[in-house]
Design a protein around this ligand. Sequence first.
Ligand code: FAD
Length: 273
Amino acid sequence: MRIKARHFVVATGPIFSPQLLWNSEIRHPALGRYLNDQTVASCMVVLSKELVAKMEDDEGHKGIAALPPNAAEPQVWIPVSEKRPWHVQIHQDPINFSTTGPELVDQRLLVFLQGFGMTEPQWDNRVTFSATHTDIMGMPQPIFEYTLPPKAVKEAHEMIGELAEASLALGAWLPGHLPEFEPPGASLHLQSTTRMGKKPEDSVVNENSIHWGYENLRVGGINVIPTATACNPTPTAVAIAVKSAAHLALDGKVVPASYDKLLEDQQSGTVAS
Ligand SMILES: Cc1cc2nc3c(=O)[nH]c(=O)nc-3n(C[C@H](O)[C@H](O)[C@H](O)COP(=O)(O)OP(=O)(O)OC[C@H]3O[C@@H](n4cnc5c(N)ncnc54)[C@H](O)[C@@H]3O)c2cc1C
């Protein structure tokens, strides 16, 4: 089947965007390269008796009674900073814990700590695609080549050390949930496989998400994020997409510094909607 369009936008995720381009025989040298995964470490603690005994609510309930049965779970986010290049989430982890069944145990006593570290994008870290094997969708099978750079390894160890220390201040580790590194890919934050950049030598798309060498092909998604991050990546990808969509809507005219200004201009009729 052939589809004719004035503009094409490929936004099929960090592995399937390069896969789709590869399968379309659009094979820029940087395609799939700079694959960038955040390092992840996590552990789960059971709150210590000492800490629980210290709890007291406004009505004088003490210990575990100070926490109502339907108490909201903790939602703590410690953002990345220059001196601490990882971000930490503290909560009760509905994702990993769902199979054990929150109905069976008192989840108020459990605290999940998870850190996400930075990995500098490297040319040699990449996803390529098989010329002979296909995935279940009949697309070329992804093949991963990935090594953590030494800086990321060092920082990942600092991150897990901090998680271990912080979690022991809260209680004792739940067996099976001691501090450990999660396997590659577990961050669910694979990035940079169609990296944005200023020159085609080290990127796939330009600053408006236009594929180098094409005028009407754009790429979106977390695969466009060019640099190391240690945060949930979706808002960054959305911000890039909004900028690129504004550029597309304006037919290449300069994108206003603020999206609000673009909307204002549209309302006043200065630019087309
Ligand atoms: C359990 C879980 C929890 C997460 N939590 C967070 C979070 O709290 N915060 C955060 O920022 N991120 C989170 N993420 C990551 C987040 O989901 C991704 O960052 C985000 O979805 C990436 O957006 P995307 O548009 O690049 O790709 P996707 O969301 O993967 O979208 C790609 C789409 O393309 C489709 N597609 C693929 N191949 C083709 C094809 N050949 N043709 C047509 N369509 C195709 C796919 O079906 C999919 O719908 C989480 C992910 C998971 C799995």
